[in-house]
Design a binder for this molecule. Structure first.
Ligand code: GLC
Length: 624
């Protein structure tokens, strides 16, 4: 019997609920069938049937998956209405407001009207939600987060990037971004709402290596999209019914056409967090999920021309997703890469087929941590060393390995570097150190233990010492300092959105405070640093309508082109509050330092001619 035929004989609901796993022996992934209620464009009630489908682990069959990621809606007047927990038809909340049809809009207006009448001193927030002045900031944040939920075939699948109706151009802010969903997913996990995270993990997996091309070129196998959109479209040949279609973007439509290297890494980190938080390991153990992890790893660990263990990427391949001079080996990607490798190692089933991959992964972990800890780290002592570097050293044991010319030390850095504290630089290339401080990379290096314990404390010391530069009126600067003048012109390509102290160029992003700073501070047992920053942000963030970013050196203005009601600003706030109230929950995101890696690192260090600070009593090096 053909696989698809076999499934027709099974109870779809049962399959979905049980997450039954088929074909483990036959190299096949999972099948899921979903029923949900939808409403066609002309208001006819219908039910949706979705077969997410099976897939095989070979390339040919995997690319066939696209034809299954459709949610076929059929006319079904006789079927009783399925409602969400709050009693509203599930289809009402598709994409916040964008997918609602006339009938739904009417119902929604009725709901809002009655809400409004209930709130004597209420105010609307611009997205139709009524802000109750009696509500706490957290309550408002939860309401907004729930409104941002996007549904696919009636199932919650992610959160929209921003719900700002005041903005004239939506661009792609109506999509679910993989990186933006991380704080949302963590908030939902901490709240005990697991389904949305599980769905997100499984549906985005279906999008991995989608058959997409840009000018005849396909992305690498294992690439995860930057974002996706749920489109409700009339069904082919029958306008009376609609179907939901998932439409991913791997960068082929994105501004600048950048491939999102961080998406797959975040996906692995979230997958592990899901397992740790729920105790449900069945998701990570699924054949398709294991295959997905391996595909991401293979893509990242593939041999190239590079001499460095760091991941070589193009400009704008992460949160900073446009030209900002972060091509090469940017810290953010390396921090996520390291953390994703550790998470994957925890989750990969040990079987004969993955032995080589695990060996390659272990080798990379050792080399990567050595490289970053040694060559990216700067503090007063190291700066002074660079200041006195000899150049043009041709030898195996050169001290100035990358031929850095001391004149590169920028004047601002001499002022910026505190006597106590230090940080990991933004990027390292031959004859080039990007000395800018990038928050995400530094904080995630703490969270994932890419930085040593001493370095981690030193980074937080620097954040405290440079509070008025990095936190100022609104946490947290995405990078410091901004590129100005000729440097801005050359490096950003005269980008009018990335003007000095705005957006990616020294703008302040609340989402960084919540998730990254809070988890890093909790890990280092210094939650008071994050608490101080949260209190500061709380004074404005809600009143300012949850902006995406702030501008100016001290973050005094809401960003020039900043979206309001930016979901990851909202979700991040909730995560920070939940974690500060229950710090032990942060362990779902943290990677503790691995003793074997410390050992291997130490052995490499003692073999390094530049520094002989080998520690006593270490065991044999890690198996390479
Ligand atoms: C901007 C940000 C990017 C984010 C997206 C959606 O493009 O640079 O990091 O994912 O908006 O919020």
């Amino acid at each position: 019997m053909a696989v698809s035929e076999a499934f027709l004989h099974l109870d779809p609901m049962l399959l979905f609920k049980s997450g039954a796993n088929f074909g483990k022996q036959r190299n096949l992934g999972l099948v899921e069938f979903h029923y949900s209620l939808g409403t066609s464009q002309n208001g006819i009630k219908s039910y949706a049937f979705s077969s997410v489908g099976y897939y095989s682990t070979d390339r040919k069959n995997r690319t066939k998956r696209s034809c299954f990621s459709r949610c076929k809606c059929q006319k079904a007047d006789s079927i009783s209405e399925v409602t969400a927990d709050d009693g509203r038809p599930t289809s009402l909340s598709i994409n916040g407001r964008t997918n609602v049809n006339n009938a739904q809009e009417f119902e929604l207006n009725q709901l809002l009207k009655s809400d409004k009448e209930g709130f004597a001193n209420g105010d609307t927030n611009g997205v139709g939600t009524v802000i109750d002045s009696r509500k706490s900031i957290e309550e408002e944040a939860w309401d907004l987060l729930k409104e941002s939920v996007v549904y696919y075939c009636g199932n919650p699948i992610g959160t929209i990037a921003a719900s700002d109706t005041s903005s004239s151009s939506i661009l792609n802010y109506d999509q679910v971004f993989i990186r933006d969903f991380i704080p949302s997913g963590i908030a939902f996990l901490l709240k005990g709402e697991y389904d949305i995270v599980r769905n997100f993990i499984l549906y985005t997996l279906q999008l991995q290596s989608w058959e997409k091309t840009m000018d005849c070129h396909s992305p690498g196998q294992g690439l995860m999209p930057a974002s996706f959109k749920v489109r409700t479209v009339p069904r082919d040949g029958d306008d009376s019914v609609t179907e939901d279609v998932l439409d991913p973007d791997f960068g082929e439509a994105a501004i600048g056409r950048v491939a999102p290297v961080d998406s797959g890494l975040w996906w692995i980190i979230l997958l592990r967090a899901y397992g740790k938080c729920t105790g449900d390991l069945s998701v990570q153990e699924r054949v398709d999920v294991q295959t997905g992890i391996k595909m991401i790893l293979k893509l990242c660990l593939a041999d190239g021309f590079d001499m460095f263990p760091t991941l070589l990427v193009t400009d704008g391949s992460c949160m900073i997703d446009r030209r900002m001079g972060i091509h090469g080996h940017p810290l953010e990607i390396q921090a996520l890469f390291y953390s994703a490798l550790l998470c994957a190692r925890e989750m990969l089933a040990s079987e004969d087929g993955s032995a080589d991959l695990i060996r390659a992964l272990n080798n990379r972990l050792v080399a990567l941590s050595f490289h970053i800890r040694e060559y990216y780290w700067i503090d007063m002592k190291k700066l002074n060393e660079i200041y006195r570097y000899k150049t043009e050293e041709y030898s195996f044991d050169a001290v100035n390995k990358f031929n850095i010319y001391p004149d590169q030390i920028p004047p601002w850095l001499v002022e910026f570097m505190p006597a106590r504290g230090g940080y990991l630089i933004g990027n390292l290339q031959p004859a080039h150190m990007d000395f800018r401080f990038f928050s995400l990379g530094n904080l995630w290096s703490i969270v994932g233990s890419l930085a040593t314990v001493d370095q981690s404390h030193a980074i937080l010391d620097l954040v405290e010492a440079k509070w008025s530069e990095l936190v100022a009126d609104m946490p947290l600067k995405i990078c410091y300092p901004a590129l100005e003048g000729q440097e801005w012109r050359i490096i950003t390509g005269s980008d009018p959105k990335n003007t000095p102290w705005s957006y990616h160029n020294g703008g302040s992003w609340p989402t960084l405070l919540w998730q990254q700073l809070t988890v890093a501070c909790i890990k280092m047992n210094r939650p008071e640093v994050a608490e101080k920053a949260v209190m500061l942000a709380e004074r404005r963030i809600c009143r300012d309508k949850w902006p995406e970013y702030y501008d100016t050196r001290r973050a005094r203005f809401i960003g020039k082109q900043s979206r309001l009601f930016q979901t990851w600003s909202i979700a991040g706030y909730l995560v920070a509050k939940l974690l500060l109230a229950n710090p032990s929950a942060a362990k779902i995101l943290i990677n503790e330092e691995d003793a074997d890696l410390v050992n291997a690192f130490s052995c490499m260090l003692s073999a390094n001619p530049r520094k002989k600070r080998g520690q006593k009593g270490f065991k044999q090096p890690f198996l390479i």
